[in-house]
Design a protein around this ligand. Structure first.
Ligand SMILES: [Zn+2]
Ligand SMILES: [Zn+2]
Length: 294
């Protein structure tokens, strides 16, 4: 493959995938079927990432199986299902409709989406930071960080309690802005697009985009096993609050070394679900089995 083509792909993959997925969603809004088109846009990104992970992996060793694929998918299905249940329950009780009808609901959509992203980001930033700095929450978040490689399949590997906390942290800010329901769908979709890109094992060169958005380059630092590096880049979509509050870690040209956690994490799915609730015993078992699983 021509080196120039590969370099162009590294440079343009991130903006191309976000912009094209947004274009697909916009077509869905125009046709009155945003949910269907959101699913199509998400499948579009997944298809590209499967191709790009094979062609331009960030780290070739991360292509090897880690024995966690079914567990990654299991956590993803469980937490997405429970989050949907929470949203449906809130909608059924009229909570989503009771938000203050703001002036913003009739503002240009791009402005509404920008305000929605910044507002939801504030809650997401603090929730994520607390999950790293408060040991009681870290036990849940450690399930996400226990992976030893990053690729698109472990994007949704979160303990379900961790996911419910993230929704609880972002929803109030989003609803208080008074933006329209269409804008909330846009914000949720962009969060999904940027989220799946942060974990991909593709050698993307995001350049100055990393000064505004949470990119794969930034998120890999966040997964560093060394907490003095990993306790950074808490932003979900934007790095605004990281930059303002001094937790931004960006070293262009440098690469993260080992990712993961120093604590023990059971190798089995049910063990991972139970681990946060029996953390001390779990760690004691980990010492006795001398690092098996992580
Ligand atoms: Zn984290
Ligand atoms: Zn992650």
């Amino acid at each position: 493959m021509d080196r120039g083509v590969a370099d162009a792909a590294r440079r343009w993959a991130w903006p191309f995938l976000v912009a094209s997925a947004c274009a697909i969603l916009a077509a869905g809004f125009a046709r009155g079927t945003p949910t269907l088109f959101f699913n199509l846009s998400y499948a579009w990104i997944i298809a590209w990432l499967l191709l790009l992970e094979a062609w331009l992996p960030f780290r070739a060793s991360w292509r090897r199986p880690d024995g966690q694929i079914l567990h990654d998918l299991g956590h993803t299905l469980l937490n997405k299902g429970l989050v949907q249940l929470l949203i449906i329950t809130l909608a059924g009780r009229g909570v989503l409709e009771q938000r203050a009808p703001g002036l913003l609901a009739t503002a240009p959509m791009a402005l509404q989406v920008a305000v929605g992203l910044v507002a939801s980001e504030f809650g997401l930033y603090w929730a994520h930071r607390l999950k790293h700095e408060w040991p009681a929450l870290w036990r849940f978040h450690a399930v996400h960080h226990s992976v030893r490689k990053l690729w698109l399949v472990n994007t949704g590997r979160f303990h379900f309690v961790d996911s419910l906390l993230a929704v609880a942290a972002s929803l109030p800010g989003l609803l208080l802005t008074g933006i329209s329901m269409d804008a909330i769908i846009w914000v949720s979709a962009i969060t999904a697009y940027i989220g799946i890109l942060t974990h991909c094992n593709v050698d993307m060169r995001c350049g100055r985009l990393s000064l505004v958005f949470n990119t794969p380059n930034l998120h890999r630092w966040h997964h560093a096993i060394d907490a003095s590096i990993g306790n950074s880049n808490y932003g979900e979509n934007l790095v605004l609050w990281d930059r303002l509050l001094g937790t931004f870690h960006h070293r262009p040209g440098a690469e993260v070394e080992t990712i993961g956690i120093r604590e023990f994490m059971p190798a089995g799915f049910l063990g991972q679900l139970a681990a946060p609730f029996r953390w001390r015993r779990c760690q004691a078992e980990g010492v006795s089995t001398a690092g098996e699983g992580r």
